[in-house]
Ligand binder design. Structure first.
Ligand code: ADP
Ligand code: MG
Length: 650
């Protein structure tokens, strides 16, 4: 890179142990360049300092233009108070400011700037031009400076307000240029700063142009909420919670308003945190810590909440003169600031329901129709108990991991062994098919059928939760089963199947009839139920005007340990009150439904491993056939996609 102009190198003051030189006063240029080292790191610092000056001048619209990410040009135009022509040279002088005049002013700084350093610093390391027309004046004047030498002010033309042009940053301090990144990165940093300043000053309009193209456009006159929403972006809408602390509470003069993100929009960096104190963008450890603590347990350690916090406090409560770029501040009462921020955010998080729930767009699990859970019947070979798929899989795996002889795998041997296994399996499947249908304890399914549909895997593990729900998985995600609803469903299907096949259900005679008291209405109803009772294997005899004897009871209910008198009382009550459907087939379904409900495991019943296994087997066998006769779901599925969304992986 060619070096131009003065090549003084303030940052390369090395500890070279050469012969000692006499003490000399540093040249004003060098002094300014050293100062610039502290405040002007990169184009974004120029943007920050000059936009702050425009804000201090009361601008309502500020335009920032960049070329090459600000490396070539930063031009800032405002409609603020302007600088009278006679003061223009002073603006370029170090330690020259219109904002404070005495030490006491430092205790009540109401402007963003006060050190009188920025313009002089920038002028020492860049080519600068200032054009300004003071408010109420018709005259516009211009002054230029390059590497510390300033031209005389001369008349120009332009609207009220001020334009600063900063070209070729660090042209005379090449060592500083090495720390700069690509124009694109530098442009991004300028934009970040402008966004932060815009958040801090919602009433001011901001425009940023890069290479002549608009990259940010914020109209003047916005409120804090609208401004924050336009800066944080649409994606975050609905993920932001409002926080506030009233300065009249016990927050003793500290006012706070802001928007914080739900835990799901926490980020890997703290870049999405914007903290503004009295219109000044700051980075503060106390506040960061308060935020982190407020989110403790809600976001993973190492992630950072999204937040815009606008704090107001009396100027006397904070010292802003501790950092050259005034990024850091010192609070008189840090623990109070901590408490106010922490409490406000914590309250907002508490008030919001942050538990990801089944509900809301995109997270609601669909109720599964049985056909969705299971493949169509043609896809499986169900009957018999002969085929143990798990055992077969084990055998094949053992083959695969058999140690190779002499370190060599004989592929032919493996192939032959696999072929043998396949033949054996085929034989067993055929045998199984020929067997009389019975309750399948092990089900083998071929993967034929529509290849575009993922074949759900049979659950290999099931967990009973709170003695009420069964948790299992299929190829799409987690399936949660209502144990009672499912058991009732499969038993209903089983009973219906039996009645369809045999016309009646098996019955068990009672050695001594069980006596049931009945109302006269129930006695009448019982008479009409004769056929239905006979079909399900229930025999009732009239023992007196108000009593019935149960002489035979359905075997199925017996085995399920259903109390005969209780069941009969329920049937009679139902017959008397609502009545069974006039249609015989429908009435049969209704009574089978009652039987299934009575016989099913209840919510709260512990199920043994065998019962769990049996229920899942029955589910495979029966539920496919039933297209929701009751309408109530027996299972819900939470897909992997939904889980990913709930846990913020998407
Ligand atoms: P400080 O902001 O600390 O006063 P600066 O070096 O940033 O110091 O600016 C020096 C002075 O130049 C300011 O005090 C102000 O009077 C004047 N000035 C700078 N920029 C503007 C502007 N955009 N509009 C009006 N006056 C400005
Ligand atoms: Mg300033």
């Amino acid at each position: 890179m060619p070096t131009e102009g003065t090549s003084t190198e303030p940052v390369e003051a090395t500890g070279d142990a050469g012969p000692r030189r006499p003490i000399q006063k540093l040249s004003p240029l060098l002094v300014n360049q050293i100062a610039a080292g502290e405040v002007i790191e990169r184009p974004a610092s120029v943007v920050k300092e000059l936009v702050e000056n425009a804000l201090d001048a009361g601008a309502t619209r500020i335009r920032v233009e960049l070329e090459a990410g600000g490396l070539k040009l930063v031009r800032i135009t405002d409609d603020g108070s302007g600088i009278p022509p006679d003061e223009l040279p002073m603006a370029l002088e170090p330690h020259a400011t219109s904002k404070i005049t005495e030490a006491e002013d430092l205790d009540r700084v109401g402007t963003l700037g006060f050190r009188g350093e920025a313009v002089a610093s920038i002028a020492s390391i860049a080519r600068m031009r200032i054009r300004s027309r003071a408010a109420g004046s018709d005259e516009c004047w211009e002054i230029a400076s390059e590497g510390g030498s300033t031209s005389d002010a001369r008349p120009a033309s332009g609207p009220p307000g001020t334009t600063f042009e900063v070209r070729d940053l660090f042209f005379n301090t090449p060592a500083r240029r090495k720390f700069l990144k690509t124009p694109q990165t530098e442009r991004g940093r300028c934009l970040d700063w402008l966004r932060d300043l815009a958040l801090a000053h919602p009433a001011v309009g901001f425009t940023m142009l890069s290479e002549g193209r608009s990259v940010l456009e914020l109209p003047p006159g916005q409120g804090p909420r609208t401004r924050a929403a336009s800066i944080l972006g649409k994606e975050l809408e609905g993920e932001l919670l409002e926080v506030s602390a009233d300065e009249h509470d016990d927050s003793r003069g500290i006012g706070l308003w802001g928007l914080v993100g739900t835990p799901s929009v926490a980020r890997a960096t703290a870049k999405a945190q914007h903290v503004i104190l009295n219109g000044r963008v700051i980075r503060d450890r106390v506040i960061q810590h308060a935020m982190r603590e407020a989110y403790r347990g809600l976001i993973e350690p190492g992630r950072h909440p999204t937040a815009v916090l606008l704090l107001e406090m009396p100027p006397g409560a904070v010292d802003v003169n501790v950092h050259p770029a005034k990024l850091e501040v010192r609070f008189r009462d840090g623990s109070l600031v901590y408490a106010v921020v922490h409490r406000a955010i914590r309250d907002a998080l508490r008030a919001a329901d942050l538990t990801p729930a089944f509900g809301g767009e995109g997270t609601l699990p669909r109720f599964l129709s049985p056909a969705e859970v299971l493949p169509p019947p043609t896809e499986r070979v169900a009957p018999g108990k002969a085929v143990d798929a798990a055992a077969f899989a084990r055998e094949v795996r053992e083959l695969a991991i058999q140690p190779a002889k002499d370190g060599k795998v004989d592929l032919d041997t493996v192939r032959r062994a696999l072929e043998e296994k396949a033949t054996a399996l085929e034989a067993r499947l055929t045998a199984a098919e020929e067997q009389a249908p019975g309750v399948a304890h092990e089900v083998v399914r071929t993967d034929a059928g529509d290849a575009s549909l993922p074949t759900p895997k049979r659950a290999d593990r099931v967990l009973q939760v709170h003695n009420s729900y069964l948790l299992t998985q299929d190829s799409e995600g987690v399936v949660i089963i209502d144990q009672h609803a499912l058991h009732e469903r499969v038993m209903f299907e089983r009973l219906l199947e039996r009645v369809g096949e045999q016309g009646t259900l098996e019955s068990q005679s009672l050695l001594t009839p069980v006596v049931v008291e009945a109302t006269s209405g129930q006695m009448a109803a019982a008479e009409k139920l004769g056929d239905l009772c006979a079909q399900i294997g229930l025999t009732l005899r009239e023992l007196g005007p108000r009593s019935l004897g149960i002489e035979a009871f359905p075997t199925f209910l017996f085995e399920r340990k259903v109390d005969p008198s209780e069941f009969v009382r329920d049937v009679l009550a139902r017959a008397e009150e609502d009545g069974f459907a006039p249609d015989a087939e429908e009435a049969m379904r209704e009574v089978l439904d009652m039987m299934a409900c009575k016989a099913a495991v209840k919510a709260g019943d512990r199920m043994s491993d065998g019962e769990l296994e049996e229920l899942l087997t029955l589910r495979e066998r029966y539920e496919r056939a039933s297209r929701c006769p009751h309408g109530r779901p027996t299972a819900v599925r939470l897909t992997i996609e939904q889980l990913e969304r709930l846990f913020g992986r998407r």
